[in-house]
Design a protein around this ligand. Structure first.
Ligand code: GTP
Length: 235
């Protein structure tokens, strides 16, 4: 296997499946099966999940809501998704721990770096909820931060698109996909991989990012095995 410890970033929207809002149990079960395939191989898996299927702080702010208030709601949305994913993983027979950046200790363990690493070493999938615990930061930033803290080898950004293109492939069918691209080139070309804060944090810490299509069965396993099916961003 190419990687020993991975941080998988899932978007909240992905959990909607075919729905317009909320969580599709079928999609959740499919993700759990995909994650199980890599856990069974002894790969250590940490997960950060977004909350956009329930609430987005930015969207709240654009409708006149205080941004900090909106971001707090978004953080709680990621905890809801984390609980849902934890249940789905447990149904698939995987040991998990949910750790949150905001203390809600009746619901989940507070995030403690050393404890998170022990859980990973013991083969538990660790889900990090509530983002970084701070407003104005995205769950992509949380993913990079946690990946660096727990010494993950790579961030796997599971999306519905199979990599990074020179243009939006959903708008232009002639868009060209990159197999590899450097951090500098992404910035120079103004490509959207993650928000700038998250992206530069990854760059500064030499943490590679792989963008891949998480909705095709077997893809997560392929990426972890080192198959180049998405786009890899590194130095
Ligand atoms: P080890 O020390 O490696 O055995 O880890 P462990 O997580 O199994 O031990 P611990 O006794 O800390 O936790 C037992 C169970 O309680 C696990 O399911 C944890 O997720 C859960 N747990 C631990 N701390 C908290 C907490 O602060 N809040 C909540 N809600 N659950 C917790």
């Amino acid at each position: 296997m190419q990687y020993k410890r991975i941080l998988l970033k899932l978007s909240g929207e992905a959990l909607m499946g075919e729905r317009q809002y909320g969580i599709d149990p079928k999609r959740l079960a499919e993700y759990a099966e995909e994650i199980k395939k890599v856990v069974d191989l002894g790969i250590e898996v940490a997960i950060v999940i977004g909350g956009g299927n329930i609430f987005r702080g930015v969207a709240g702010a654009s409708n006149g809501m205080d941004r900090v208030q909106g971001d707090h709601m978004g953080m709680l949305a990621t905890v809801i998704n984390g609980l849902a994913l934890q249940s789905a993983l447990e149904d698939a027979g995987i040991y998990t721990r949910l750790m949150t950046a905001l203390e809600i200790k009746e619901v989940a363990e507070p995030y403690i770096k050393r404890k998170a690493i022990r859980h990973l070493e013991k083969g538990r999938v660790v889900i990090f909820g509530a983002g970084t615990g701070n407003p104005y930061f995205t769950t992509d930033s949380a993913a990079v931060l946690r990946a660096i803290e727990v010494n993950a080898d790579v961030i796997l950004k599971g999306t519905r698109v199979d990599g990074i293109y020179n243009e939006d492939p959903e708008k232009n069918t002639k868009a060209i996909k990159f197999d590899h691209i450097s951090f500098d080139e992404v910035l120079k070309k103004g490509l959207k991989v993650m928000d700038t804060t998250a992206f530069t944090l990854s760059q500064e810490n030499e943490l590679p990012i792989i963008v891949f299509d998480m909705n095709t069965k077997g893809n997560l396993l392929k990426v972890v095995s080192g198959e180049n099916i998405g786009t890899k961003v590194n130095l």
